[in-house]
Design a protein around this ligand. Structure first.
Ligand SMILES: NC(=O)c1ccc[n+]([C@@H]2O[C@H](COP(=O)([O-])OP(=O)(O)OC[C@H]3O[C@@H](n4cnc5c(N)ncnc54)[C@H](O)[C@@H]3O)[C@@H](O)[C@H]2O)c1
Length: 311
């Protein structure tokens, strides 16, 4: 089934961004969010996101007005081939929503949840037939960050994962498959591991908040935006690649891993990090720092597109 009409259930931080991306890709979007019945918040979000989507070359086939607001979730999914659920991260809320929409779905429709922390098998309990319900976890904001983590399991019908992958790739996303249900999927676990050590370095007085941040963005972070850690280390030890890298450096890494701390983010530590980041911002409002982040990400993604176009 070709996807022309998508439903966005929840249009908060994540759902509004998904909606903007769907519209940029020429899809019709049916939206339900009880907190924004007139779509004022959503309209402002789309207006704000559109120049970024245009800079990424994504809006040529798009129509930013091609969405309709509904006053119930069941009405919003009527006729939609793909449903992106982005309601708050509460199992009871998600279950109630699934119970409401399930009878109204098109027979082949796929429902993907944006959930960051809930397990698919927990969310599936809200379904009579969970075979077309999967995880489609984005990174914030979905209209800018390409990654979507997909997870299906033994209750998923054959072909559903592949259809969802094709859909997401068709709108410019980069998908990965999460093969096993673990809290926080893949990318948030990686973030959590790095942040734990970043905090620990500050806590132990090894470096300031600003210098730890710099050590990431001006160092390995720049490489990580180009490639992942395994491929980078494959490039880092001569012709033997990652095999040689492991032989050469495993003892060092074992020593370093053994030295990493466990961590609890108590109030005092949270305050220390907050003060450090305020100093790092040097009086710049959060909006200005966020605009710089988005502009840099757009330039980076454009660079990747240019490289891909030039072979
Ligand atoms: N914020 C992030 O960084 C992030 C990143 C990836 C995934 N997620 C996931 O996306 C989902 C949404 O998170 P968010 O940050 O957008 O939350 P949010 O609170 O900003 O938005 C949720 C929206 O859902 C609406 N809503 C509540 N009940 C609803 C219902 N029954 N039907 C339709 N809409 C309803 C709310 O009014 C609200 O506008 C969560 O599962 C979260 O884990 C969040």
């Amino acid at each position: 089934m070709a996807t022309n009409t998508v439903a966005a259930l929840g249009a908060g931080v994540i759902g509004a961004s998904w909606t903007a991306l769907f519209l940029a890709n020429g899809l019709r979007v049916q939206v339900y969010d009880p907190a924004d019945p007139d779509g004022e918040r959503l309209g402002a979000y789309i207006d704000n996101a559109w120049p970024t989507l245009t800079a990424l070359g994504l809006t040529d086939r798009g129509d930013r007005a091609n969405y309709q607001l509904f006053d119930s979730a069941a009405a919003a999914v009527d006729g939609a081939e793909f449903i992106q659920e982005s309601v708050p991260e509460r199992l009871d809320l998600k279950h109630a929503l699934y119970a409401e929409i399930e009878p109204a779905l098109l027979p082949g429709a796929i429902v993907a949840s944006s959930a960051s922390g809930l397990l698919v098998r927990e969310m599936q309990q809200g379904w009579r037939d969970p075979s077309r319900f999967i995880l489609g976890h984005p990174f914030n904001p979905p209209h800018l960050i390409p990654l979507v983590e997909l997870l299906a399991n033994e209750a998923t019908a054959p072909g559903v994962l592949e259809t969802a992958e094709a859909f997401y790739r068709g709108i410019g996303k980069i998908t990965i498959r999460v093969n096993k249900e673990v809290p926080a999927h893949v990318a948030n676990r990686l973030q959590a591991a790095l942040w734990r050590e970043a905090i620990s370095l500050v806590q132990n007085g090894v470096a300031s908040v600003e210098d730890v941040d710099k050590a990431v963005w001006a160092g390995p972070g720049l490489r990580w935006a180009a490639m992942g850690p395994h491929m980078l280390f494959h490039l880092g030890a001569g012709p033997g690649g990652l095999g040689e890298f492991c032989d050469r450096y495993r003892d060092s890494f074992h020593r370093w891993w053994d030295d990493l701390d466990d961590l609890r983010l108590d109030d005092g530590l949270a305050r220390q990090l907050f003060d450090g980041v305020v100093e790092e911002a040097a009086g710049r409002p959060v909006e200005s720092v966020a605009a710089e982040r988005d502009a840099l990400i757009v330039e980076f993604l454009r660079g990747r597109q240019t490289l891909a176009e030039n072979g």
